[in-house]
Design a protein around this ligand. Structure first.
Ligand SMILES: Nc1ncnc2c1ncn2[C@@H]1O[C@H](COP(=O)(O)OP(=O)(O)OP(=O)(O)O)[C@@H](O)[C@H]1O
Ligand SMILES: [Mg+2]
Length: 299
């Protein structure tokens, strides 16, 4: 039976721009044919799409403006079979972002959150949705702070991706790190070795599972049940086109398999394949595999 996953996070309109390289020298105009693309994206949307592609039932919570961009987001989600009734159109405008990326996969993100960081989801309004969910994937955005505490109190499996961390003590992310059973982050900006940092995180927050995404080097797993670190190499059989969204697809597919009952290691082995295939496609919403595709490769 399909698992029910509550997802709460940012949805936005994202424009990706292929640049020649970083740093960008000044020139007044460039003509990157088919190199400038606009998509419905945002972490919440990426996670909802990936989980839906893998067969989960997703309940997506978010905020948008009441504008043209919101209409585009709603129709895109509808077309992917993701319900929109929990997306509140109460912002002044819908968040937008621009991502510059170069041929090596380096990128620079400009994220305009509009007034979304002033919003809050009230956990009492979500009690039913939480009660029905097998897991809650809660992005590290202000409106989820009370929700992740409530989900934890209700003994729901909670997952969060804090993206970039340069210290285990981080005021912005503390609520999320303290209340996540499954904690994901990127290795960008780590102050020490991956192994030292993942152990420090575990000592401080006692998460059940911690995963550090290491890009082309794969991912490092701390599975507290097994009391060990496991290095899972990247899946490099597909060519790399655009790594935007790699971390989101690793996180979502890990959660999918973990909620189904796979061990953390077996979930991560499948997740690196899912992510490796995804980055062979250009664009936030394309390139998601299904379960049978992943199993065929694993075997
Ligand atoms: N260049 C690459 N080659 C092969 N696999 C990659 C590459 N980049 C990313 N991946 C795969 O995608 C996974 C997630 O990517 P990454 O570790 O960069 O995520 P992240 O840094 O947490 O998030 P972000 O999407 O912001 O980079 C990696 O663990 C790896 O399996
Ligand atoms: Mg990365």
């Amino acid at each position: 039976m399909a698992k029910k996953i509550l997802v709460s996070g940012l949805v936005n309109i994202e424009t990706t721009v292929e640049v020649r390289g970083f740093p960008i020298n000044y020139y007044p105009i460039d003509y990157p044919f088919f190199g400038v693309n606009s998509n419905v994206a945002g972490v919440g949307c990426n996670i909802a799409k990936a989980l839906t592609a893998l067969g989960d039932e997703v309940e997506l919570f978010s905020f948008t403006g009441n504008d043209y961009e919101a209409g585009r987001i709603f129709s895109e989600l509808d077309s992917k079979g993701i319900a929109t009734h929990n997306i509140h159109r109460s912002l002044k405008n819908t968040p937008t972002s621009v991502i510059l990326f170069d041929p090596e996969g380096k990128r620079q993100v400009y994220c305009d959150l509009k007034d979304i960081q002033e919003q809050m989801l009230h956990p009492e309004d979500l009690s039913d949705a939480l009660a029905k969910a097998d897991a809650a994937a809660l992005c590290n955005i202000n409106f989820n702070r009370a929700l992740i505490k409530k989900a934890r109190q209700m003994h729901k499996l909670t997952a969060t991706d804090v993206h970039v961390l340069d210290n285990v003590e981080n005021d912005y992310n503390r609520d999320f790190m303290e209340n996540a059973d499954i904690l994901f982050l990127s290795d960008e900006g780590l102050p020490c070795s991956h192994e030292d940092f993942i152990r420090q995180l575990h000592e401080r927050y006692h998460n059940r599972v911690i995963v550090i995404g290491m890009g082309a080097k794969g991912a490092l797993l701390l599975d507290s049940a097994e009391k060990r670190l496991i290095n899972v190499p990247a899946y490099d059989k597909a060519k790399v086109v655009n790594t935007v969204g790699a971390g989101d697809s690793l996180y979502s597919s890990f959660l999918h398999y973990y909620v189904k009952g796979f061990s953390a290691e077996d979930s991560l082995r499948r997740a690196v394949i899912f992510a490796g295939i995804k980055i062979g496609f250009n664009g936030a919403g394309v390139g998601f595999s299904d379960e049978s595709h992943i199993e065929a490769i694993i075997n």
